[in-house]
Design a protein around this ligand. Structure first.
Ligand code: ITT
Ligand code: NA
Length: 183
């Protein structure tokens, strides 16, 4: 069966397709849901999923993924504003802001919300890393400035990023939950 991934971001869809291969087929539903004002990714994702399910044909479950990059010594900036900051300042400028910090530790966080119109569930994931000067041309978004275990996410193949990443961890929980429901 099919899951509709509600997102404007094709990079997220590629990762979910690889992760859920064999369990569900994933198709992109390119719909820009309302991001409610909240600093809680789970609230944003769950409300987005409910709205998108209503806007969809309603014949397949939907998932929404809300993610962000949280730099510790910038008080969690850009956090829930990560998409806006990528579009306005850009990734290079976020690196320049972090460059002057003594401690450049950061985390990616992600919440995947699932709804089939009756049941709604959220699954979260996080990964710790360090902000570095941009390297690599894979991935998307902030991947070139996020280093984990000596490589940036933009230097990794999708399956390696998926095995470590915030999204991979959230998708693993979703996959377990879907597999339980199938048995
Ligand atoms: P949708 O809301 O349509 O899904 P988006 O790209 O706006 O697409 P988010 O609001 O979840 O998605 O993304 C917040 C920001 O974080 C955005 O700038 C993304 O590029 C970035 N981001 C999310 N996941 C990422 C990842 O795995 N690697 C690098 N950057 C990521
Ligand atoms: Na978004």
């Amino acid at each position: 069966s099919t899951l509709r991934f509600v997102t404007t971001n094709a990079g997220k869809v590629r990762e979910a397709e690889e992760y859920l291969a064999g369990l569900r087929s994933v198709e992109q539903f390119d719909y820009d849901y309302t991001e409610v004002q909240s600093d809680d990714l789970a609230t944003i994702a769950a409300e987005g999923a409910a709205e998108a399910y209503e806007a969809s044909e309603g014949d397949a479950p939907v998932i929404v993924d809300d993610a962000g990059l949280f730099v510790r010594d910038l008080d969690g900036f850009p956090g829930p504003y990560s998409a806006y900051v990528e579009d306005t300042l850009g990734v290079e400028r976020v690196w320049e802001l972090a460059e002057d910090l003594d401690d450049r530790r950061a985390a990616f966080r992600c919440v995947v919300a699932y709804t089939d119109g009756e049941t709604t569930e959220t699954f979260d994931g996080a990964v710790q890393g360090t902000i570095v000067a941009p390297r690599g041309d894979g991935g998307f978004g902030y991947d070139p400035i996020f280093e984990h275990d000596g490589a940036t996410f933009a230097e990794m193949e999708t399956d390696r990023k998926n095995a470590l990443s915030h999204r991979g961890r959230a998708l693993a929980k979703l996959a377990d939950w879907l597999a339980d429901g199938d048995t």
